[in-house]
Design a binder for this molecule. Structure first.
Ligand code: NAD
Ligand code: WQD
Length: 340
């Protein structure tokens, strides 16, 4: 059996990936400090999979904790989700972001090397493309002009991993550049559980739809897009989870560091999302137009051909399923993983 250490496995993308890993027969060891997640997510993952995983409540910045994990479990590969991800917050508390996302990652890579584990899948982001290029974005385009501290941490870790693999051919590294993850497991048992006011569009939309928030502010109505609102490449979290398994299966033990875009290759505007949400779920989402948000770009979607041809990864879910499953999760869990 293949043993996978999943850092940040209790989080949104991590929990869905843990479920897929368990379903495929992997042994799963999760390391998470629960800074932005709930243990209830992993309880439900185990119910859905009808298999158990090992949970370690700890921090990627804790070297002795990492060494203990690698010593106790024969880890074959690491999927590294752990980190902080709120763009606005990263401007307010940059050192926290540098510490968790950059120092924490380095600490993990050092522990991997001490344990002779060189297979890594890293959660990167389309944000590394910055605002220089015109969509569709492909992996040959240069990176290096991120617009916020969060994006900067992803870029730095990508660059560190690139250099590391150039210097040491033992490393096998997959950089998965996610576009905009949305949706939830179709059961509605696990999903995205944002703390406080959501930063991202989809949880905001579902919270307005359920009455937890009054209305959505649409950031900008004068972009050069089909209807003036921002266009993004939304990707179902189940497809995203599957990309990690494809990366493990296709790239493991292959020397080098390589990036793949994980998006559908199709863009949808904010207004298109709201309209489709109503058509599919029969619920109105009240909105108003607001000024553009700092750092936003008009259009961002993927050229995903590299992932399709090299990883054999083909997205299965369209916008309809994304909106259906996001709503299903919200309806069944009006307070996320918190009871009451
Ligand atoms: P999430 O916040 O739900 O999950 C991250 C998990 O990491 C959480 O469970 C959190 O408790 C844990 N964590 C944070 N710091 C930690 C630390 N120092 N030690 C141990 N655990 C720690 O986020 P997500 O949406 O599941 O994102 C997963 C990864 O994908 C992140 O690295 C994120 O930056 C990246 N990513 C996310 C998106 C997105 O929009 N969701 C897009 C692109 C990339
Ligand atoms: C989508 C669209 C907004 C909220 C962010 C990060 C990126 C990645 C994914 C981690 C945009 C509009 C949003 C709202 C709105 N994360 N919007 N009202 O900004 O594309 O990407 O999450 O790596 O790094 O930057 O996603 O969901 O915030 O916004 O009008 O209340 O919805 O302007 O056009 P974004 P998002």
């Amino acid at each position: 059996m293949f043993n996978i250490l999943v850092t940040g496995g209790a989080g949104y993308v991590g929990s869905h990936t843990c479920l897929k890993l368990l379903e495929e027969g992997f042994k799963v060891i999760v390391l998470d400090n629960l800074a932005n997640s709930s243990i209830e997510a992993l309880n439900r993952v185990q119910i859905l999979a009808n298999r158990s995983l090992i949970f370690i409540h700890g921090d990627i910045r804790d070297s002795s904790c990492l060494d203990r994990i690698f010593k106790t479990h024969q880890i074959d590969a690491v999927i590294h989700f752990a980190g902080l991800k709120a763009v606005g917050e990263s401007q307010q508390i940059p050192l926290e972001y540098f510490d968790n996302n950059i120092s924490g990652s380095l600490n993990l890579f050092n522990a991997m090397q001490r344990a002779s584990v060189y297979n890594l899948v890293f959660s990167s982001s389309a944000t590394v493309y910055g605002e220089l290029h015109k969509s569709p974005l492909n992996e040959t385009m240069c990176t290096g002009t991120t617009t916020n501290n969060y994006g900067y941490t992803k870029l730095i870790v990508e660059q560190l991993l690139e250099k590391l693999s150039q210097s040491d051919p033992r490393w096998s590294i997959a950089l998965l550049r996610y576009f905009n993850p949305v949706g939830a497991h179709p059961s509605g048992l696990i999903g995205e559980n944002p703390r406080g006011i959501p930063n991202n569009l989809m949880p905001y939309v579902t919270q307005v739809a359920i009455g937890a928030r009054e209305k959505l502010s649409i950031f900008g109505q004068d972009y050069e897009t089909i209807d003036g609102t921002g266009v993004r490449d939304y990707i179902h979290v189940m497809d995203l989870a599957n990309a990690h398994l494809c990366a493990l299966q296709n790239r493991i033990n292959r020397s080098g560091c390589r990036a793949w875009n994980i998006g559908t290759g199709r863009g949808a505007s904010v207004l298109q999302v709201i309209k489709a949400f109503k058509d599919i779920n029969g619920v109105d989402v009240k909105y108003e137009f607001a000024p553009r948000r700092d750092g936003d770009i008009a259009i961002c979607y993927a050229d995903n051909q590299r992932a399709v041809s090299e990883l054999g990864w083909i997205p299965q879910y369209g916008l309809e399923e994304m909106l259906r499953d996001s709503w299903n999760w919200q309806k069944q869990n009006p307070n996320g993983f918190n009871k009451g």
